[in-house]
Design a protein around this ligand. Structure first.
Ligand SMILES: N[C@@H](CCC(=O)N[C@@H](CS)C(=O)NCC(=O)O)C(=O)O
Length: 257
């Protein structure tokens, strides 16, 4: 049987894309009886609004976000980093070893109940990224576009209002900070003394891929004060690994930080 091949649509400074890229980098051995899959990367320049193109919205991700995976192995593209992670774990079991699957999955869900955009961009000196994308969607909607593209842009606008524009309100950001503190407290309790990886597992799991990226983003966005020292060391050690270096190529998780 021919090995499956996947195209990951991503952006180098997208936190959710980095989470998935790190999962792929640490994926380990394929499930027994399955052959190794091939992963190609396609960069979508979200800073130049490529995620708003008709092709991307209609054929890759109606939410107009990265990461997303397209493949001939599935009827539909896959999008949302948590959904993609579960799919990857079904192919590469060490991402969610059966003995710890439930805990890994619930901690990843808890982590993703935090709006990363709020913590990354609230009070940003680099303009208003949420407003900029909203204006671009509205600009395209004023043009003579095909009915399917109009519908796709209207859906994207609704998603964007709910997830991004709303996410920058100060009460909402305060709530996200408090969720972050609770999450990191729980995670620290699940990092046994002296352990390299969460839950004391011998190799990194999907939880490490999501958590390391999240902590790295907090630090790169100037929110180091939210990170307990032991988790900061845990993240710094992970950032020294060959897998992290390979995907990040010496970059931070956000530009110009
Ligand atoms: N819940 C989604 C969030 C994806 C997301 O918001 N991606 C951002 C980059 S981190 C994006 O594509 N932003 C461009 C936009 O919203 O138009 C996931 O976990 O994948």
């Amino acid at each position: 049987m021919e090995a499956a091949s996947y195209t990951l649509h991503h952006h180098r400074y997208s936190i959710c894309s980095i989470m998935v890229r790190y999962c792929i980098a640490i994926r380990g051995e394929p499930k027994s009886g399955m052959s190794e899959a091939t992963f190609f990367e396609k960069e979508i320049d979200i800073f130049a609004n490529e995620q708003l193109s008709e092709d991307f919205l209609c054929h890759v991700n109606p939410k107009g976000q990265v990461p997303a995976i397209t493949t001939s192995s599935l009827d539909q593209p896959l999008y949302d980093s948590v959904t993609i992670t579960h799919y990857l774990a079904s192919l590469y079991p060490s991402l969610m070893p059966p003995s710890h699957r439930q805990l890994i999955s619930s901690l990843i869900d808890l982590l993703h109940s935090i709006n990363f955009f709020s913590l990354s961009f609230a009070g940003s000196k680099n303009g208003d990224p949420a407003g900029h994308i909203k204006q671009e969607i509205q600009r395209r909607l004023r043009k003579d576009v095909s009915p399917r593209y109009r519908e796709a842009l209207e859906y994207k606008l609704a998603v964007h209002e709910a997830e991004k524009v709303y996410g920058l309100g100060s009460d909402f950001v305060t709530k996200m900070i408090s969720r972050t503190e609770s999450l990191l407290f729980i995670c620290q309790q699940n990092l046994p003394e002296g352990a390299r990886w969460m839950l004391g597992l011998p190799q990194p799991s999907a939880l490490d891929a999501h958590l390391v990226t999240f902590i790295a983003r907090l630090e790169d966005a100037g929110r180091t004060n939210l990170v307990p020292p032991r988790l900061s060391t845990y993240c710094a050690d992970a950032r020294e690994t060959e897998e992290w270096r390979r995907i990040m190529q010496g970059r931070k998780t956000a530009p110009g930080r």
